[in-house]
Ligand binder design. Sequence first.
Ligand SMILES: [Zn+2]
Length: 120
Amino acid sequence: MAIAIEIPQVPPVGLLRGSLGPSIQEFVLRVVFSVVSDPGAFSGQRVSSWWRSQGFNARVGGATFSQHLLGLAWDFAPGSERLVNLLNAQGLVAIAEEDHTHVQLWTATELFQQIEATLR
Ligand SMILES: [Zn+2]
């Protein structure tokens, strides 16, 4: 029987020190501001996913261009509409999934703009 519970992985230090570091900091700070502005919205929630390696992302059926691969997405389980609204109000991209709230720093368009910029 497969283990269904996903144990959160943390970004490798090299990722935090690289060019994505400031974006990861911005992402985490916006989540922290959300917690400070409405702690009750996080009551009973746990972080079920943060950074994912390519292999791990594939195993859990994550999107090919998932921002979890960059350390720029968190999942809160069980999630809530209150959490989605709060995180979106903080300028993040929060989505209600079946059993969690997914939140990421960038829209898909912004992600591809960032990738383009690094290729220039
Ligand atoms: Zn997610």
